[in-house]
Design a binder for this molecule. Structure first.
Ligand code: NAD
Length: 361
């Protein structure tokens, strides 16, 4: 095997653990440096994970010589890190959402294209075995062309979730609420399963959390195929009922994926006329739905690992990763259209198709 890719991780907060665990499981890559604007946090992380270098800035991390940068900082800071990494010739794996505005996302994609480096964005829920089964039911004709979709995202966040991190809950530093941070995963699944979105109508509300961004949202999506879907999302549910994604196809068959409690592997039910293809209980009895954030993030580690492994394999194979900067920009486009529609009270037509045809396989 050639020398492993030298990886630098930028941002040593909650989600960095998923990246550290993933790279620890991938022999073709080794984390050689971490950095955080809080240098003490970078040092602690480096000590705990036996990483040679800890820095207080991205510039120092890049100067140490890395082939691949994982971006685990708050959303509005992604762009500066991605642009610096691309300029230094490093491939980039960026946490979702790619950015909080489209111009920023487009600059990130363009910078990576110009530098000839790969850009991948974490949408690890595409890699759930359950999500793959749903996608297979679309691809193998069980559902036929999707005609109707629904994503129900009924989550719980304690008030401290927003108050403990200064960047959460404001338009300037978080870019949005439940849509930007949680429901974007499920918007991405809808576009991955149902195709390009061409029109969006949406509403936002802030009901129970002391934040300026939305804690609740509802939207109707129209797809290029003519299909339609609804999305409802909140962080105000108590307890959380988790997530349900349901797709009905033109054969009449329906596939449902349920994530309960939040963060656990999805369960699937697929019903076609005359047969049950899959049937797993959506909300098994006796399970406590109240899971804390560290547990939720921890349960996502296997799927982060699968996506990060795909990214490393893509570098070796000279191909695009399963989830590209274009895919992530498409999901952001849909989400920002919900915000615009809520502001104007009108449906928003998307200028460009909001999804690329390829996806995780
Ligand atoms: N894929 C997922 O399921 C998932 C789950 C959780 C979080 N995330 C994403 O990961 C990102 C980080 O979230 P988090 O929960 O880990 O946040 P966090 O607040 O726990 O950690 C962010 C860290 O970044 C550091 N930081 C801030 N600006 C920096 C900069 N310019 N350079 C270096 N370090 C900087 C902070 O000091 C902090 O340690 C967000 O974009 C979030 O949406 C993704």
């Amino acid at each position: 095997m050639s020398a492993p890719y030298r990886v630098g991780i930028v941002g040593c907060g909650a989600i960095s653990r998923n990246h550290l665990e993933a790279f620890a499981a991938i022999p073709e890559a080794t984390v050689v440096a971490v950095c955080d604007v809080d240098p003490g946090r970078a040092r602690e992380t480096a000590e705990r994970w036996r990483i040679p270098h800890a820095f207080g800035s991205v510039g120092e991390l890049l100067a140490a010589g890395v082939d691949l940068v994982s971006v685990c900082t708050p959303h509005p800071t992604h762009e500066a890190v991605v642009l610096a990494a691309a300029a230094a010739g490093a491939h980039v794996l960026c946490e979702k959402p790619i950015a909080i505005d489209l111009a920023s996302a487009e600059r990130m994609v363009a910078a990576c294209d110009t530098a000839g480096v790969r850009l991948g964005v974490l949408f690890q829920r595409r890699f759930w075995p359950a999500a793959q089964r749903l996608r297979a039911a679309v691809d193998d004709g069980t559902l036929g062309r999707p005609i109707l979709g629904h994503a129900s995202v009924l989550l719980h966040r304690e008030p401290e979730y927003y108050s403990a991190a200064a960047w959460r809950g404001t338009w300037a530093t978080d870019g949005g609420g439940v849509l930007m941070t949680q429901a974007i995963h499920y918007l991405d699944l809808l576009q991955w399963l149902m195709g390009d979105v061409v029109e969006v109508h949406g509403y936002l509300g802030t009901f129970t959390h002391a934040i300026e961004v939305e804690d609740t949202a509802a939207a109707v999506l129209r797809f290029a195929s003519g299909a339609m879907a609804t999305l409802s999302a909140t962080t105000a549910a108590a307890p959380s009922l988790g997530v349900s994604i349901r797709i009905t196809g033109e054969t009449g068959a329906t596939a449902e994926l349920t994530e309960f409690p939040e963060g656990t592997d999805g369960r699937v039910t697929i019903l076609a006329r005359g047969r049950t293809i899959d049937s797993e209980p959506a909300h098994p009895a006796g399970i406590d739905p109240d899971v804390d954030l560290a547990t939720i993030n921890g349960q996502l580690i296997p799927h982060h690992t699968t996506q990060i492994r795909d990214f490393v394999e893509a570098l070796g194979a000279g191909r695009e990763p399963a989830v590209t900067g274009h895919d992530a920009t498409a999901a952001l486009t849909i989400l920002l259209a919900v915000y615009e529609s809520s502001r104007t009270g009108r449906p928003v037509r998307l200028a460009q198709p909001a999804a690329t045809p390829e996806g995780a396989s």
